[in-house]
Design a binder for this molecule. Structure first.
Ligand SMILES: C[S@@+](CC[C@H](N)C(=O)[O-])C[C@H]1O[C@@H](n2cnc3c(N)ncnc32)[C@H](O)[C@@H]1O
Length: 233
């Protein structure tokens, strides 16, 4: 196996086993915030099967998902692998722990960290000549911010590309994503996260348990629907 992949896997393994070298002073912060290992593995495998070259990620925190995305890119080994990560709080909230783990895994050669809120940073990317094959969305979980993230991602994730959302069990994220499914032809990829973590919708024990991550395929064309064809979501 490529020694770069072995190095990334070792950093991932240690992060799962020992946790990050520093966490915020919140109870079980790492476990609460980070993407669980099996979902990270499913995300990596999905990206490998898509042969992605450029991936945008929103929300770095402790870098579990970023390391999995990096592992996918290094495994595929495309000509110009790129991983653009947006997070306004990596330094002030997370003491750069996630970024330092990416450096330890030698992924800083392909990754770039963009500060600032994703809704603004993505608007900036949308005005440049920038295309991505896939995005992983795990930043703000407020409805309006997720909705705006998806709005801008749609402008530069290529037609037929992939958008993976974390925390589809939260009503705010779920509602934002469902707009794009019902109105813009995004289609869920069935079974992409089967075997991943399940969560009850809204954290209500009586509600349905659903996979926490949802993978969506964008339509193979870019077109705006007539406003008269709005479908409530
Ligand atoms: C749930 S954590 C991400 C966990 C990460 N995927 C992992 O595996 O460790 C959410 C992250 O989103 C970031 N965040 C919060 N609001 C944001 C915003 N408006 N734009 C971008 N990132 C944001 C936080 O700083 C935090 O790092």
């Amino acid at each position: 196996m490529d020694e770069r992949v072995v190095r990334i896997q070792e950093v991932r393994r240690r992060l799962v086993r020992d946790g990050p070298p520093w966490t915020r002073d919140h109870e079980r912060d790492f476990e609460t915030v980070t993407l669980p290992e099996r979902d990270c593995d499913l995300l990596r495998d999905l990206l490998i099967s898509e042969r992605v070259e450029t991936v945008v990620e929103i929300g770095l925190a402790y870098a579990s998902s970023a390391l999995a995305i990096g592992e996918a890119l290094v495994t595929i080994d495309p000509p110009h692998p790129r991983h653009v990560i947006i997070d306004p709080f990596q330094d002030i909230e997370y003491a750069n722990v996630g970024w330092n783990l990416l450096c330890l895994a030698e992924l800083d050669s392909i990754a770039r960290l963009v500060g600032g809120q994703s809704s603004f940073a993505l608007a900036g990317l949308a005005t440049q000549e920038f295309d991505a094959d896939a995005a992983f969305v795990d930043g703000s979980h407020r409805f309006h911010e997720v909705f705006v993230d998806l709005y801008f991602l749609r402008s530069f994730v290529r037609p037929g590309g992939l958008i993976v959302i974390d925390d589809d069990w939260t009503p705010s994220v779920r509602a934002a994503v469902r707009y794009y499914e019902k109105n813009l032809g995004w289609t869920a990829i069935p079974g992409a996260f089967a075997g991943g973590t399940l969560r009850n919708i809204g954290d209500d024990p009586a509600a349905e348990a659903v996979p926490r991550c949802r993978a969506l395929r964008l339509p193979g064309y870019r077109a705006e629907p007539p406003f008269e064809e709005f479908h409530p979501f």
